[in-house]
Structure formats: structure tokens, C-alpha cells
Design a protein around this ligand. Structure first.
Ligand SMILES: [Zn+2]
Ligand SMILES: [Zn+2]
Length: 596
């Protein structure tokens, strides 16, 4: 039972896939070769006194680690990069030769390169050694390069960071120079542009600027405090989801955050997932646990009375808050946290109903994601692994149900053959955000395991007891992570239906304060989220402030608006026009209804 990965455990990972333009291995070889060129350039500029360590390809680029006195400063990077570009232009061939351990050690002793000698000492005896040369620079290396410096294409040095040799604080502090490389300049430019966009959109930065949420050091890492602005958005999302669920026959349920440990023993979570669980908490000599998943609670509700086939499908939904221990080093803003609320649901149905329920669920997922302006999806179906539990025919039927549901939705899907969990096949939905990054959001997971572990049954039309099929599904994933993705997707400029303040009424002077309040009341009566700006700032400053707050509409009222009974509507990033308050309310209400 090595891989007991339950639904949505993966959902809360930061999974921002890249779209490699070439095979991953080829790109890694190109980037590792760029690391050689980096060392070449450093030696050319700063001489042989620089101590060399290692230069691997890494995700999104490469680095080379050096020890240099005085240390590198950021101003060095353009010079080094310029030298690398010269080397690339010279079309230098990369060539390798085997070398004996003695010769390699002598080579590096003669040159006083302690880290290279340390690397050599760490390579087991008998393992073949090789030296690679490109241009005037020779380096101990196992190989895996492109043929020529020219093949490195386009290169950019990004940053310098300190790192202890071998990650050990007793060792010297080296400096890593990080860079990236692509076959074509256009690909590099696109990557840099995307990086810049991603930085501007960082949800932690925008979260502070718009006062959406915080993570309070005193309370512990990975635990999210939703501020009023974030709370408004979350409650709009929750209302929207609840309406969807009601329309589709789901029943709302609530389950305790803390339950007896035995529940997780029965579910198997304690055995396979125990290290990620908070607790135990001892009460009256009994052991309790904070729930890491909502499934056992929903199962207990199912099991609370005898069920007949007439009760099925039973669709139980909960914004279920769960707690999972994640190492502090892996936490990241809202994207990876220790306390999260899933838009969770568990579907209990007969085998015959599986197909219809899957279609309904996929349809619900796409409807919801589209409402949040995601329209580029990739679907992954994970099928039966070798260690699968249960009848292969039942699996096949479930897999066919998933594929049919994708077809029904009119979407192509990719198959991860044998990549399913041992307890059932699943569907993952990835979305592409506004700057082309991919996020895994929805998961719809069939489960042939838990109904058996909890001995769930229903009385069939034949009068016999049968085991129901269970589906776990979270469509947004978790509220925290989904919010993080949304903030970055919209760069904080939420569409009007989600915006914490939909309209700011801005009187030019005190003489219009009363009129502004009247307008505010009129808008609130139409269920709009409104702020009336009674500050004594100058108009330009007020406008700048609401612009920074990314408020979709500003309603400026001055002398002439007061006289004509109108408001001057300034659309975020767009036009302005005078209109009657009622016209504005009608327009915005229609916009919200259309969820654009
Ligand atoms: Zn190499
Ligand atoms: Zn579940």
C-alpha cells in the first residue's frame, strides 16, 4: 500500500507546469552546456583563482557554483553574460575524454581546486571519469551536452545566491550564479516576459496590496487568515458553488474537524497518511485527530442508516476544512498550506449510475471553471495500475464512464496508462491561466476501496445488499489554493461579480457627500458591494487610490452630477460616461448575471 494518495492531496500542490518547446532531456543538455560556458566566461574574466564547484541544469535553467574573493556582485553578471555570448558565437565544439583518477586529481591539485578534489573523492573507485573541453575550458564532467557552444542558443544570467558547499553549514559558503538558456532568442524572451508577468501577479504581493489575506507568524506557518476583502470574495465563490450544487442535487452536510482516531484506522488514512496528520489529541484517554480528509465523515453519514437503491445517488457536499502537516520549507503562500478548505463532495451511487454521475460532475467542473474565466482545459484520465484493488471488469467500466464523460463534454483527454491510484481511476482537469501557466484544479476520483473498508451497502431492487460505488471530487480544489490561482489569473483585477468593492462612489467635495451617500444606498439596495469615499483627499488622489485597489467602477459625483442627478462612471482601465444611477445599476447587475 505504498501509494495511498487520496483525492485532492495532490490538488494542493503547486503544480505549475511549463510547456517545453523541446524534449526535457535536450533542454537540460543545452542548459548544462551553458553552465560550462558560464564557468569558461568566469575564468576568462576573473582568472584561475576562482574555485569551481558544480554546474548542473535545473528546472528552468542552470547554475554554476563558485568560490571567489572578493565575492561576485550583481554588476558582474552583464560582463559574464556578454563573454558567454561571445563564446556561443564562436561555435566551439564540446569534446570529452576519459581520464584516470590520478590524472584528474593531479589536474585539480595543480590548479588548487579543492571542491573538484572533493567531488573526485566522492566518486566511487572504478567509476569511469571524464574531462570535457569546450573552447579553452576543461571541466570534470559525466557528459550530457549539446555538440557546440552555438547550440546553446540564447542565454541569460538571472541572479547570484549564496549556498554552502554540499548544503552543509560547516562547509564554505559558495556563490551560485543562476541563468537560463533556450534554443531560440524568441523562446528566451517569452520566458522572461512570463517571469516578469508572474512576479507582478504574485498572489502574496497582491494579497498584501489589496489586503486580501495574511499568514501570521505568531499563529504558525501555512495557516491562512482571510481579511474582509478576501472574505468577501470567498463568500461570493462559496455562494456560487452552493447554487451550482443545489441545482445538481447535492445535499449540504457538515462534519466535525476532530474525530476519534479509529475512524482513520478504518479508512486506512492513519496507516498510510499518518505522518501528514495533526494530532493525536488525548481526551478522556481516547485519541482524537484533526481530519486530513472529509471522506470518512461523509461515509459515516451514509452509514448512519440503511440505504436503499432508491436513495441513490446520494451526493454529499461540504466546504470541508482539513489540516495536513507539510514541511515548513515546502509551504508557499496560499498555494501550499497546512489548513485548507476543499470544495469537497462524495457521491455514492450504484454501478449503473456511475456514468451519469461522472458526466454531471465533469459538466459541473467545466461550468464552474468557465465562470472564473478559465477556458483552456487539459484532461487527464489515470487508469488501472498493476497493484489495483478490485475486479478488472469493474475498473474497465469505470474507466469507460470517465472517457465517455470527457467525450460528452466535447473535450479531448490524455490517458496516463496505469497511473491511477490502487483504489480507482480518476480524472484531473488542468487549466491554463492568463499568462499561459497550467494549474491542476479539479479531481474526480472513483473509489472501490473505502466502501469496502467501511462495509457500506444499499438494498438493491433485487432485495439483496450491494456495495455502492463512491466518487470523491473537488472541483476548485481548495479555497486557499484556488484563491491564490485566481489572484494571479486576474492579477488582482477581479471581475465585477467577484470584486470585494464593486463600485466606489467618489464625491469631489464635501458638498456632494450627502448625494454620494444616497447613491451608495441606492447601489447597496441592489445588492452591490459599495464604498463611499468621504476622505478629504484631492480628487486625483482618491481616483489613484481606487485604481490601485482595482475597483471595477468609480462613480465620481461633483457639482454638475449633483445638479443633473447623474453619476460619472469610470470603468476600470477604460472609458467614462455620465448616466443615471439606475442605468448604472441595471448595467452592472446584467454584467454580474453574465459573470463576465
Ligand atoms: Zn558537463
Ligand atoms: Zn474524499
Amino acid at each position: 500500500m505504498a501509494t495511498y494518495v487520496m483525492l485532492a492531496f495532490k490538488v494542493d500542490r503547486r503544480e505549475c507546469a511549463k510547456t517545453p518547446a523541446m524534449a526535457v532531456d535536450d533542454l537540460a543538455q543545452l542548459r548544462h552546456t551553458a553552465a560550462h560556458l558560464l564557468a569558461h566566461a568566469v575564468v576568462d574574466i576573473f582568472g584561475d583563482d576562482v574555485k569551481l564547484a558544480i554546474g548542473p541544469a535545473i528546472e528552468n535553467g542552470f547554475y554554476y557554483a563558485f568560490l571567489k574573493t572578493p565575492a561576485f556582485v550583481p554588476e558582474d553578471l552583464p560582463r559574464i553574460e556578454a563573454r558567454m555570448k561571445e563564446l556561443i558565437g564562436e561555435d566551439l565544439a564540446m569534446s570529452g575524454e576519459p581520464i584516470s583518477r590520478d590524472a584528474a586529481e593531479k589536474h585539480y591539485r595543480d590548479r588548487d581546486q579543492p571542491f573538484k578534489l572533493d567531488i573526485l573523492a566522492g566518486i566511487p573507485d572504478g567509476e569511469p571519469l571524464s574531462m570535457y573541453t569546450i573552447g579553452a575550458f576543461t571541466d570534470l564532467c559525466r557528459g550530457g551536452h549539446v555538440n557546440s557552444s552555438k547550440d546553446v542558443g540564447a542565454v541569460k544570467l538571472m541572479s547570484i545566491a549564496g549556498a554552502y558547499w554540499r548544503g552543509d553549514e560547516h562547509n564554505p559558503m559558495l556563490q551560485r550564479i543562476y541563468g537560463t538558456a533556450f534554443p531560440e532568442q524568441a523562446q528566451l524572451d517569452e520566458y522572461l516576459h512570463r517571469l516578469e508577468e508572474a512576479e507582478k501577479r504574485d498572489h502574496r504581493k497582491i494579497g498584501r496590496e489589496l489586503d486580501l489575506f495574511s499568514i501570521e507568524e505568531q499563529a504558525g506557518p501555512g495557516l491562512v487568515f482571510w481579511h474582509p476583502n478576501g472574505g468577501r470574495i470567498r463568500s461570493v465563490i462559496e455562494d456560487f458553488v452552493r447554487k451550482q450544487l443545489r441545482d445538481r442535487g447535492y445535499e449540504p452536510v457538515y462534519s466535525p474537524h476532530v474525530v476519534h482516531e479509529d475512524v482513520f484506522l478504518t479508512s486506512g488514512h492513519l496507516q498510510s497518511f499518518g505522518e501528514s496528520m495533526f494530532g493525536p489529541i488525548d481526551v478522556e484517554e481516547q485519541r482524537y485527530r484533526l481530519k486530513p480528509m472529509n471522506c470518512p465523515g461523509h461515509i459515516l453519514i451514509y452509514k448512519s442508516k440503511p440505504r436503499s437503491y432508491r436513495d441513490l445517488p446520494l451526493l454529499l457536499a461540504e466546504f470541508g476544512t482539513v489540516y495536513r502537516y507539510e514541511r515548513s520549507g515546502t509551504l508557499h503562500g496560499l498555494l501550499r498550506v497546512r489548513g485548507l478548505t476543499q470544495d469537497d463532495a462524495h457521491l455514492f451511487c450504484t454501478p449503473d449510475q456511475l456514468q451519469g454521475e461522472y458526466e454531471n460532475t465533469v459538466d459541473a467542473a467545466l461550468t464552474m471553471l468557465r465562470a472564473f474565466a478559465f477556458d483552456d482545459f487539459r484532461l487527464f484520465v489515470s487508469t488501472r495500475p498493476t497493484n489495483a484493488l478490485g475486479d478488472p471488469q469493474v475498473w474497465e467500466r469505470a474507466e469507460a464512464a470517465i472517457r465517455n464523460a470527457c467525450d460528452h463534454a466535447g473535450l479531448a483527454y490524455e490517458i496516463d496508462e496505469g497511473g491511477g491510484a490502487f483504489y480507482g481511476p480518476k480524472l484531473d482537469i488542468m487549466v491554463r491561466d492568463a499568462i499561459g501557466r497550467e494549474w491542476q484544479l479539479s479531481t474526480v476520483q472513483v473509489d472501490f476501496n473505502l466502501p469496502g473498508r467501511f462495509d457500506l451497502t444499499y438494498r438493491g431492487a433485487d432485495g439483496e445488499d450491494h456495495q455502492p460505488v463512491m466518487i470523491h471530487r473537488a472541483l476548485l480544489g481548495s479555497m486557499e489554493r484556488f484563491f491564490g490561482v485566481l489572484i494571479e489569473h486576474f492579477a488582482g483585477a477581479f471581475p465585477v461579480w467577484l470584486a470585494p468593492v464593486q463600485a466606489a462612489v467618489v464625491p469631489i467635495g464635501e458638498a456632494q457627500f450627502d448625494y454620494a451617500e444616497e447613491i451608495g444606498a441606492r447601489l447597496r439596495a441592489a445588492d452591490l458591494r459599495v464604498a463611499v469615499d468621504r476622505s478629504n483627499e484631492r480628487l486625483q488622489k482618491k481616483i489613484a487610490m481606487h485604481q490601485a485597489g482595482k475597483v471595477p467602477y468609480m462613480l465620481v459625483v461633483g457639482k454638475s452630477e449633483l445638479a443633473s442627478g447623474e453619476v460619472n462612471v469610470r470603468e476600470r482601465g477604460g472609458s467614462q460616461r455620465a448616466m443615471k444611477p439606475d442605468e448604472f445599476v441595471a448595467n452592472v447587475t446584467a454584467e454580474i448575471a453574465a459573470r463576465t
